[in-house]
Design a protein. Structure first.
Length: 133
């Protein structure tokens, strides 16, 4: 069961859950960015939003995907999307550009710029993050 904040229309897991309360559209996050980034984001959204219990919301700088906790954050950058997700172990090597321990799990970052960057491995990482949290 989810709750929608009456001030910002953000869908949250619980009433009065602490959050950044601001109305932000996905379109505004992609303003001035390459159209390819929108296609890349749409492809990720189409895959992940259908998973059980996923809530999607926006903040002034990113799109947040939550199950019980945040399991995926996509931050549109000028020429790429920074995709942050979590894992039980440190991930090293391409396509992961950063993996750091945080609260008993690892926070990982991958940068994607084109649809060709959306590999089965990337979606596998995202699915594992969803299962972990």
């Amino acid at each position: 069961m989810s709750w929608t904040c009456p001030k910002c229309d953000r869908e949250l897991k619980a009433p009065n859950q602490m959050h950044y309360c601001a109305r932000v559209s996905v379109d505004s996050l992609f303003a001035g960015r390459d159209k390819e980034l929108v296609f890349v984001f749409d492809k990720i959204l189409a895959e992940v939003a259908g998973w059980d219990g996923v809530l999607v919301s926006t903040t002034p700088h990113c799109i947040v995907f939550v199950r019980r906790y945040t399991f995926l954050v996509i931050r549109p950058m000028q020429k790429s999307l920074d995709v942050k997700f979590y894992s039980e172990t440190m991930l090293q090597g391409s396509p992961v550009i950063k993996s750091a321990g945080r609260a008993g799990k690892f926070e990982n970052h991958i940068r994607v710029t084109t649809l060709a960057d959306l590999t089965q491995q990337l979606f596998s990482y995202l699915k594992q993050s969803w299962q972990l949290l």
